[in-house]
Design a protein around this ligand. Structure first.
Ligand code: HEM
Ligand code: HEM
Length: 186
């Protein structure tokens, strides 16, 4: 399905305004989330969540919520077709990295939420909406999910880094339309 406009005689199709908004909102939330993850106090057995930790939990829950909206939108509004002329292997790798990013954006927050539940913490959306516990207080599975949460957050960072390098490669070396597809006000 084609989306977006195409100028006079110019073949161009980009993502919908909603997809673009959700993409850049996610980039902003992830930036805040890593900043919080790296600056919040070290968590030990018995640590009580204070401001920065609580913010990490709330922003994480918001990331999960925005991601669900984004996936719903994506499944009902397919991506524009790949720009003409790119080799098939590049389109394949690009699609694989995009779906890896989506998968990690679900898995990483869920593992963090499981770890918070195992610590007996209630995850709330900005102290307003309490969310259910995913595992019981003290659950061994929930305890070990903390380490996997941290490890996979670095895999997510690496995949996002690769994705950004690819976007810049299209913009500054190939000078094609790929970056423009995801920019507001195309
Ligand atoms: C995509 C979203 C998320 C990212 C990128 C992220 C990233 C991080 C990072 C970088 C750390 C600290 C790593 C370190 O100690 O060096 C961390 C720790 C932690 N995060 Fe997240 N986080 C996310 C979502 C969440 C959510 C939704 C929750 C809970 C609702 C959560 C709960 C925790 C907990 C409990 C820890 C401490 C884990 C431990 O030290 O055992 N995170 N996270
Ligand atoms: C400065 C940072 C970023 C830039 C310049 C950027 C750029 C882009 C561009 C140009 C596209 C469209 C690619 C195409 O049309 O084939 C795209 C799609 C996408 N981006 Fe980013 N991105 C950035 C950061 C991120 C981050 C941090 C994430 C998540 C971790 C992310 C996740 C995605 C996903 C999942 C898609 C695929 C959309 C879909 O087809 O459903 N991006 N990005």
């Amino acid at each position: 399905m084609r989306q977006g406009g195409s100028g006079a005689g110019q073949e161009f199709s980009g993502y919908t305004a909603v997809a673009v908004f959700l993409h850049w909102l996610m980039v902003a939330l992830l930036t805040a989330q890593y900043a919080l993850g790296w600056t919040m106090p070290e968590i030990h057995r018995g640590t009580q969540p204070e401001t920065l930790i609580n913010l990490h939990l709330s922003v994480g829950a918001l990331i999960l919520f925005v991601l669900l909206c984004r996936l719903l939108w994506r499944l009902t509004h397919p991506a524009p077709p790949p720009p003409a002329g790119l080799p098939g292997w590049q389109n394949l790798i690009s699609a694989l990295v995009h779906w890896l990013l989506y998968a990690l954006l679900v898995i990483v927050p869920v593992l963090g939420w499981m770890n918070a539940s195992a610590r007996g913490w209630t995850v709330t959306l900005f102290s307003a909406v309490p969310l259910p516990s995913l595992v019981a207080d003290g659950s061994p599975l929930g305890r070990s999910s903390g380490d996997v949460h941290v490890a996979l957050s670095y895999v997510l960072l690496a995949a996002a880094g690769l994705h950004v390098v690819a976007a810049l490669y299209h913009r500054f070396l190939l000078r094609d339309d790929v970056m423009r597809r995801m920019l507001p006000g195309k």
